[in-house]
Design a protein around this ligand. Structure first.
Ligand code: ZN
Length: 300
């Protein structure tokens, strides 16, 4: 019997469908849908009554899956909306093109910890770029739309309107792999709250509260918050991270209460348009890292 690459991805498609997840074909070796777009719709067959995009055509029907995958070794897309899934996509800094960018897994762990919980144990996959996908089922009451960067850098969600690449799919750089065989759990309420994009805070002038702290520490805090407030669009989070890190040594030396630094940076970051959740995660991680690395004052 000769190896047929179609059988590997067909198995992946049938396996996903057996979980109740709605699948559709992606172009072989890629993450792009294989189905035609609206602009090139022939208005025949499935589209006879009007164009139907991949989200509507995704199926759990083994017969339709076998027929589609007999044509080519398609990768497997899971349409998260009809599958009632929320998938959390944790990316790696290397993939986002900057070693300064926060690691999605670390940021997500910080968000969970902040909410008082451990990262939930659920079905997860690893992507060829080293990212992780955490699968959750989404009861109707907890439906979320897909997000990109609004929860935090490198932490995205795929839900209604989105899709993920299923385990077993292959890119030139590697294979999507299931990291366990446990079922996807129901999205916890607390996590649903964490994933809500924060409302955009109105821009307001930055004013530091009259608080304790040495004069040098407060001056540094004020200067670094001003840098955050003036950061360029693509570098807001990176700037917040760097500035909070710099001020962290004053916290380590006891010159500045941590809460004062956190509140000031939170205000500056939100005023610059970052979400509250992004600010919290970045500031926390920057200060933690700074406190770990701070040298004694005389050696600084
Ligand atoms: Zn069509």
């Amino acid at each position: 019997m000769t190896y047929d690459p179609r059988s590997a991805v067909l198995f992946a498609a049938l396996d996903a469908a057996a979980h109740g997840w709605h699948v559709f074909p992606l172009r072989p070796g890629t993450k792009r849908p294989a189905l035609h777009g609206e602009a090139t719709c022939p208005r025949t067959d499935e589209c006879a009554g009007g164009h139907r995009k991949w989200e509507q055509r995704a199926t759990t029907d083994p017969g339709r899956i076998r027929a589609a995958w007999s044509q080519a070794p398609f990768n497997v897309g899971i349409a998260t909306g009809p599958s009632q899934l929320v998938v959390i996509d944790l990316d790696t800094p290397e993939h986002k093109g900057g070693s300064d960018a926060p690691d999605g897994a670390a940021t997500f762990e910080a968000l969970c910890e902040r909410a008082g919980h451990a990262v939930p144990d659920t079905y997860r996959t690893r992507t060829p770029s080293g990212g992780t996908h955490l699968y959750f089922t989404a009861p109707d009451a907890a439906r979320l739309t897909s997000t990109a960067g609004t929860v935090a850098d490198s932490v995205d969600t795929r839900a209604v309107g989105g899709y993920v690449v299923a385990a077993g799919s292959m890119l030139p750089t590697g294979t999507y792999e299931a990291l366990n065989s446990i079922p996807a759990i129901v999205l916890p309420t607390w996590l649903h709250a964490v994933l809500q994009p924060a409302p955009t805070a109105p821009s307001k002038p930055l004013r530091l509260p009259a608080v304790d702290g040495s004069r040098a520490a407060l001056a540094a805090l004020e200067a670094e918050c001003a840098v955050v407030a003036a950061s360029p669009d693509g570098l807001r989070n990176v700037t917040l991270n760097r500035c909070a890190f710099k001020v962290g040594r004053f916290v380590a030396w006891g010159d500045l209460p941590r809460q004062v630094a956190e509140d000031a940076f939170q205000g500056a970051g939100e005023a610059r348009g970052l979400t509250a959740a992004e600010c919290r995660a970045t500031i926390r991680s920057a200060l933690d890292s700074s406190l770990r690395k701070a040298r004694p004052r005389e050696a600084a």
